[in-house]
Design a protein around this ligand. Structure first.
Ligand code: FEO
Length: 395
């Protein structure tokens, strides 16, 4: 990965691995790093880069870009997306190649000016417009809100490569091979779903619209701007995106709790026992204080069942559960079976807040709702087991 990698005819991967950023968007941990994939297409009459990479990686990017250009100038930069993890080097490329032309859609224009002061040499494209590089004809399709309003994908009609930008992207740096047939699916799928849940999930209805819009293309490869490049079987990854965006959760459940002294954990464990009683094998029990929110969100997106339990903290939800509920309300998951429970000592509050959350999130809720004073009694725990059974039977 230290050199450009030829990924199709006249098409080069010129991306970089980032192991230095601890938190993507200063929010989401990157234990396996992240890759910023950029590409270069060398047509017979012109060259075009597809996006750039994050700003700090100029030296490595420039070295790969010039190596792949092999003495030629860079003629076009296709700006699929203006978020700085892909657009970080626009100003530098403009300085290096003053005649460089930027391919962008109308919504990109103000961002190009705002971030990089680019106001000239812009070819504004709309859906279906084409750019002939000589032996490679690029076509452009806007995919608004995947993941910003100006987001766009680029399709090379000649090779059948879809440069999909954030769509089909995943966390995780390249660890050897960069293609789907060079690594195990289990390694990339978890990090792709974690990326989906964190970054894309809110726009799942837009994903469905985009999949329909792109369904007419004869896509042979999908090369996203993060993570694995797909060339073996693009239907696998398209089907995953279809499933995640339709929110067809698998038979399994996430039980997530917030606790200070372990009483709510006991309740959560009882819910898990109920799920086991209902023969649910995929159960994920998470302490919201200790498991990163992106993992909890990932598995909420993966499975159909969800139980949320919170102790009362200063008359309200435990802060980590409050944060989770806020993130879920932002994403509005569908087709899930929800159970809720709260505990309290000197003041009630958690269950009422979870009831309010359940009303707003509009998921199918099972009974019983459980509210426990201080240490749960055997009867309290039986009710939690019953909730788990009811979630399991509804899956
Ligand atoms: Fe990878 Fe929305 O930027």
């Amino acid at each position: 990965m230290h050199n450009p990698i030829q990924v199709n005819n006249d098409t080069w991967w010129i991306g970089v691995n980032d192991f230095e950023t601890d938190l993507f968007e200063s929010l989401w941990p990157l234990p396996q790093g992240v890759a910023y994939n950029s590409y270069l297409i060398t047509g017979t009459s012109a060259t075009a880069a597809i996006d750039t990479v994050k700003g700090p990686y100029f030296d490595e990017y420039f070295r790969k870009l010039t190596q792949a250009l092999n003495g030629r100038d860079l003629n076009y930069l296709v700006v699929n997306h203006m978020e700085p993890d892909h657009a970080g080097l626009i100003a530098q490329l403009k300085n290096l190649w003053p005649n460089l032309k930027f391919i962008a859609n109308q919504k990109t224009i103000p961002l190009l000016k705002g971030y990089h002061g680019v106001t000239e040499n812009i070819l504004t494209v709309k859906d279906g417009d084409a750019l002939d590089l000589g032996g490679h004809v690029l076509k452009f399709a806007t995919v608004p809100m995947l993941h910003w309003p100006e987001s766009m994908v680029t399709f090379d009609e000649t090779t059948g490569v879809l440069f999909s930008n954030d769509s089909f992207g995943g966390f995780g740096a390249h660890e050897g091979g960069i293609f789907d047939d060079e690594k195990n699916q289990s390694r990339w799928e978890d990090e792709m779903l974690r990326y989906y849940a964190a970054i894309v999930a809110k726009y799942s209805n837009v994903v469905q619209a985009a999949l329909k819009k792109l369904s007419g293309l004869k896509i042979k490869n999908i090369f996203p701007s993060h993570g694995t490049l797909f060339r073996k079987d693009v239907s696998t990854v398209i089907n995953l995106y279809d499933k995640w965006s339709k929110q067809e959760g698998e038979k399994g459940a996430v039980v997530v709790y917030g606790t200070m002294y372990g009483n709510t954990r006991m309740m959560a464990e009882a819910v898990c026992s109920g799920l086991a009683k209902a023969k649910i094998k995929d159960v994920r029990l998470y302490d919201a204080s200790r498991v990163d929110m992106s993992i909890i969100l990932r598995d909420i997106w993966k499975f159909k069942g969800l139980a949320i339990l919170s102790c009362t903290y200063n008359t309200l939800l435990f802060p980590q559960i409050e944060s989770l509920c806020s993130k879920l309300l932002n994403r509005m998951p569908k087709n899930k079976i929800l159970g809720i429970a709260g505990s309290y000592s000197w003041s009630k509050g958690a269950l009422t807040a979870l009831q309010d959350f359940a009303t707003k999130i509009k998921l199918q809720k099972v009974e019983p709702e459980v509210e426990v004073y201080t240490t749960p009694t055997a009867e309290d725990l039986s009710k939690c087991v019953e909730m788990g059974v009811n979630i399991g039977e509804a899956l």
